[in-house]
Design a protein around this ligand. Structure first.
Ligand code: ATP
Length: 240
């Protein structure tokens, strides 16, 4: 039976009690890549932050591996349930080496560096380099490598392609698919590059101004590009 790792129902989330995402219902199953799409300011990052216990559940519910995410920030608890979050700014420690960054990524037990190197062979030759000296692409590999060594059940990735050349993010995106396929983790991917994200995703949700504008199988969303574009523009009726 498919295991549901993330179940969100009727979620209102935002800042200081003011919702910027309203009535969101979505889920992510084990082994799935799910894209969370939408224009700037739609509420994608806010949603990811709330899932990983860094935001506010104003109303509705967020369940991660069967555990209700607390209403107010408790990220350490959510991380222990098996959630890794690769934030937009990548969340790496620039003064430390690649090895140290990887070693600090796991809260319990020994880190298996080979796990990260298996997905990103280039990291193998960079273990003693300070993270601040890495290129943008290498930093993103490290950010994903940190998530991989933490052995998450649910992986949240925010704007992986940000600031990277197309040739770099086009190589990184399929690795996200591999992580889901080979570790059976569920992946929730926030991405501006809609087509690229939908090429590796199983399903997608589109947010617009905090409302769910569209959802469906990645292949359907890709096949219906006009409707997808309309959902970005906030066109009222997407059913016709
Ligand atoms: P982007 O791709 O630009 O990051 P996004 O879809 O991730 O867009 P969010 O960053 O989640 O959007 O922002 C959603 C809304 O919440 C925006 O209107 C934004 O201005 C607002 N917002 C974001 N962070 C805060 C904050 N710390 N306090 C108050 N409002 C915020």
């Amino acid at each position: 039976m498919t295991e549901c790792l993330l179940n969100i129902e009727g979620l209102h989330t935002g800042y200081d009690g003011v919702a910027v995402v309203r009535d969101l219902t979505m889920h992510v199953n084990a082994g799935e890549v799910v894209a969370l799409l939408g224009p700037n300011g739609a509420g994608k990052t806010t949603t990811l932050m709330t899932i990983s216990g860094m935001g506010e559940v104003i109303s509705g519910s967020v369940e991660v591996l069967g555990n209700p995410v607390p209403k107010l920030r408790q990220a350490h608890r959510v991380a222990r349930w098996g959630v890794s979050h690769v934030p937009e700014n990548r969340g790496i420690l620039f003064q430390l080496t690649v090895r140290d960054n990887l070693q600090l990524a796991k809260t319990k037990g020994k880190v298996d560096l080979d796990r990260a190197i298996e997905f990103f062979p280039a990291l193998g030759g960079l273990l003693n380099r300070r993270a601040g000296l890495l290129s943008g692409g290498e930093q993103q590999m490290l950010a994903l490598g940190r998530a991989i060594v933490a052995e998450p059940r649910l992986l949240l990735v925010d704007e992986m392609s940000l600031g990277l050349a197309p040739v770099i993010y086009e190589e990184l995106m399929p690795v996200v698919r591999r992580i889901a396929d080979e570790t059976n983790a569920g992946v929730l991917l926030v991405e501006q590059h809609v087509e690229l994200a939908l090429e590796v995703a199983d399903r997608g949700y589109v947010l617009n101004h905090g409302d769910l504008a569209m959802e469906g199988a990645a292949s359907e969303l890709l096949a219906n590009r006009a409707l997808l574009d309309a959902s970005y523009l906030g066109v009222e009726s997407l059913e016709s």
